[in-house]
Ligand binder design. Structure first.
Ligand code: HEC
Ligand code: HEC
Length: 289
């Protein structure tokens, strides 16, 4: 039952005049600014409701007056990105390495594409970061079998090594032991000498004899000081990094029957832009010349 509006004696606030079971209601309305903000939100919400996709029905939905679709926007973005990437890859395919290197944007595209292609194709043999495994050379160091200029690397990737490609890099180290060109004792002596080139601490007793045999049989490919020869992919023997392990037993095994690593040619599997990107990526791993 309404009574007359009076002040509450404890808080000093007006009452509304409503009384329930003797309890009187204080008159504390919402602040004006709050009411306006609330009203504005309702109007704003209703506007969004009309402009953008909102009400679902049966087989579809109300598309909104603007016809906006986040899916269409996203697909547009993806298509633009593909177009830009394809244009860059076309330029990489047609430009020479000097031109590519002069354009930081192309280099960035090539190295990104190279990184992905490396992970997909090269990692099983050469390791995730090109660190190499026994028989599969490390690609980030500065010891090169066939050459560390970006053009050399591209040629290696394109045609492969001892692969089926007609232009493959090719060479054969003779099977000195298996073919009887050197006796076991002679092989032991050469291995003693080669061990000194490797820097193995206790090379064996026949270093002098081995040096002479090396000059006669090996220097033609590996160089008179064991410096290697990229023309025939003969690894430097006077180096810290080796293709097959750093112990005398491995050296004896190689002289007896060389393993002759095979690297596939990629020209039948990868397009020229990807091969160039791989060459730039490998070159940038750290050992590029
Ligand atoms: C099936 C294993 C295998 C795969 C896969 C492979 N390689 Fe090789 N790669 C080799 C072997 C083995 C050699 C060394 C061959 C030799 O004894 O000369 C080599 C050598 C190389 C060399 C020459 C290194 C030097 O010192 O001159 C480069 C560069 C190279 N690979 C790059 C690549 C790239 C890039 C890919 C991926 C597209 C790749 N390789 C995939 C096995 C492989
Ligand atoms: C016709 C050229 C040729 C001749 C001659 C030759 N080599 Fe080689 N040598 C190679 C090639 C190519 C390789 C790498 C091949 C491979 O993957 O097995 C190699 C690899 C090696 C390796 C392994 C190097 C490493 O990094 O692991 C050793 C050791 C070696 N040769 C020692 C010798 C000795 C000792 C002789 C002489 C008795 C000799 N080679 C004669 C071409 C030659």
């Amino acid at each position: 039952m309404p009574t007359k509006i009076e002040k509450d004696e404890h808080s000093g606030t007006d009452t509304t005049g409503h009384v329930w079971d003797g309890v009187r209601e204080l008159n504390t309305p919402l602040p004006k600014w709050w009411v306006w903000v609330y009203a504005a939100c309702v109007v704003w919400g209703f506007a969004l409701f009309l402009l953008y996709p909102s009400i679902p029905y049966g087989s579809g939905y109300f598309h909104g007056l603007l016809g906006y679709s986040s899916r269409v926007e996203a697909m547009k973005g993806v298509a633009e990105m593909h177009a830009r990437h394809a244009a860059d890859m076309d330029r990489i395919a047609s430009a020479d390495f000097a031109t590519i290197k002069a354009d930081p944007k192309l280099v960035a595209t090539a190295e990104a594409a190279g990184r992905i292609a490396f992970a997909n194709n090269c990692q099983p043999c050469h390791g995730a970061g090109g660190e190499g495994h026994v028989g599969y050379p490390a690609l980030g160091d500065d010891v090169w079998l066939w050459g560390g200029k970006v053009e050399d690397i591209a040629a290696t990737i394109t045609h492969g090594i001892r692969s089926t490609d007609a232009d493959a890099r090719n060479s054969q180290m003779p099977s000195f032991g298996a073919d009887g060109q050197l006796t076991a004792a002679q092989i032991g002596a050469v291995a003693d000498y080669v061990s000194t080139l490797y820097g193995i601490a206790t090379p064996g007793p026949d270093v002098q004899k081995g040096a002479a045999l090396f000059a006669d049989n090996c220097a033609v490919c590996h160089g008179d000081k064991g410096q290697g020869n990229r023309e025939v992919g003969a690894p430097p023997l006077a180096a810290k990094v080796h293709l097959y392990g750093n112990d005398r037993a491995t050296i004896v095994a190689q002289i007896t029957r060389p393993r002759m690593g095979v690297m596939p040619n990629w020209n039948t599997r990868l397009d020229p832009a990807t091969i160039k990107s791989l060459a730039l990526y490998v070159h940038a791993l750290g050992g590029g010349e």
